[in-house]
Ligand binder design. Structure first.
Ligand SMILES: NC(=O)c1ccc[n+]([C@@H]2O[C@H](COP(=O)([O-])OP(=O)(O)OC[C@H]3O[C@@H](n4cnc5c(N)ncnc54)[C@H](O)[C@@H]3O)[C@@H](O)[C@H]2O)c1
Ligand SMILES: [Zn+2]
Ligand SMILES: [Zn+2]
Length: 400
């Protein structure tokens, strides 16, 4: 079958690989009908999330049809449509039972089990392929009702549950003013989720006009950090008080402003950001306009702490690798902040989100802007990496 394979930092290829097989009685094999590219994949190719083993199939968002199940998978049969949660659990350890699927003790006791990720996440082959092997399939596949189509379900695989989890972590309640940093696909769903949780106002920060426009269409009040200082703008728009809750939907590839009043005005010196970048991405392989790591790994975190109201809450759902040690703890402490973070426990939220889509309350597929054949996957990765205008969320058609 064809699959997107990681060969090294800055080196991904469309390869011909063997079809996956049922290896354990708890496995299933799924024929994928839709897959996607995510901001998380970019961290791997840019080198800001190190440790992906060459040969690993990338991708962790997909929908498909069950092809074969092992003896111990009793809730699914071949032919059923399913969505695949990005993180994996076993369904029986104490963490899974408590809903912390991303901290499952069985699959990767020291971390989060995740498709198409680093060795520390289990080196599990990913979903940008024609088929995939799903361990502990009884819990790591969720059956789809006919009313939820593939495009909608694809966004329930990772980014909608992640954003929903972020809104829960941020402790958003009725009437809250929320700021969301980053208007990529995850940020867009964070805006939607903040409103769902009761926010009255959501301020959204990014620098790409097309992404800010999509945020505005979700109802957010938008701030372009290449045209105004986001700290000043947030302060002005909130009467000097700041938002009650902040969601970081940027992560380690954060950028500093290069134009506008905020450029060079950050209290963080350029040398500090350069040193941060060296520490999080010791190996880099940029080529032309592609695969450049973000040049200010702690920028979104620093803005979050600086802008939030005293005694407010920050939720960090943008991904940071273990090497990232740059958080303004003193400033946060002096403001009595609550800070929560983590990898989404997808399996915990997916059934609820399927219900919301099925009832017609939400149509997540509006965020999909591109559908590409898997054979064009590498070009699609480059366009998404460069944030070319209009390239918000890319679906890959595995068998096209
Ligand atoms: N916690 C989880 O379980 C989980 C799950 C999925 C994705 N993620 C993470 O969420 C993050 C966003 O994912 P995505 O697919 O939307 O990625 P993306 O790369 O498409 O979007 C990131 C956005 O942040 C913007 N940005 C850069 N620097 C900024 C700054 N200083 N201030 C404000 N905005 C800034 C960029 O312009 C871009 O639009 C990634 O880090 C991804 O790994 C986490
Ligand atoms: Zn993802
Ligand atoms: Zn478990």
């Amino acid at each position: 079958m064809k699959a997107v394979v990681f060969h090294g930092v800055g080196d991904i290829r469309l390869d011909e690989v063997p079809d996956p097989q049922v290896q354990e009685p708890t496995d299933a094999v799924v024929r994928l009908t839709a897959s996607a590219i995510c901001g998380t994949d970019l961290h791997f190719v840019r080198g800001t999330m190190a440790g992906v083993k060459p040969g690993t199939i990338l991708g962790h968002e997909a929908v498909g049809v069950v092809e074969e199940v092992g003896d111990e998978v009793r809730n699914l049969v071949p032919g059923q449509r399913v969505v695949i949660p990005s993180t994996l659990g076993c369904g029986f350890c104490s963490y899974c039972r408590a809903g912390y699927f991303a901290q499952c003790d069985t699959l990767v006791p020291g971390g989060t089990a995740f498709y198409g990720g680093p060795e520390a996440a289990g080196a599990i082959d990913g979903l940008q392929a024609e088929k995939a092997r799903v361990p502990y399939a009884h819990v790591n596949l969720v059956a789809l009702p006919d009313e939820v189509n593939d495009d909608q379900a694809l966004l329930i695989s990772d980014i909608y549950p992640t954003a929903y989890f972020g809104a829960k972590l941020a402790e958003i309640g009725d009437g809250d003013v929320v700021a969301v940093f980053g208007c990529g696909p995850v940020g867009i769903f964070a805006i939607l989720s903040a409103f769902q949780e009761g926010a009255t106002r959501v301020l959204a920060v990014d620098r790409h006009p097309d992404r800010l426009e999509m945020a505005r269409r979700q109802g957010a009040e938008v701030i372009d950090f290449s045209r105004e200082d986001p700290i000043d703008a947030i302060s002005t728009l909130t009467g000097g008080i700041g938002p009650d809750r902040v969601i970081d939907a940027v992560g380690v590839d954060a950028e500093r402003p290069h134009e506008g009043p905020a450029a060079g005005r950050s209290e963080t010196p350029a040398e500090q950001f350069d040193a941060e970048q060296q520490q999080v991405a010791p190996e880099q392989n940029p080529q032309g306009d592609s695969w450049h790591p973000g040049d200010a790994p702690s920028m979104a975190l620093r803005w979050a702490v600086r802008s939030v109201a005293k005694a407010g809450t920050i939720a960090i759902i943008g991904v940071y690798p273990p090497e990232h040690e740059f958080f303004p703890i003193g400033e946060a402490m002096q403001k009595n902040l609550t800070v929560k973070m983590g990898n989404c426990n997808h399996r915990r939220y997916i059934p609820e989100l399927i219900g919301m889509v099925r009832s017609g309350k939400v149509d997540p597929s509006r965020v999909l802007t591109q559908v590409e054949a898997v054979t064009s996957a590498i070009d699609a990765y480059e366009a998404f990496d460069q944030r070319q205008p209009g390239w918000m969320k890319v679906e890959l058609e595995p068998t096209a």
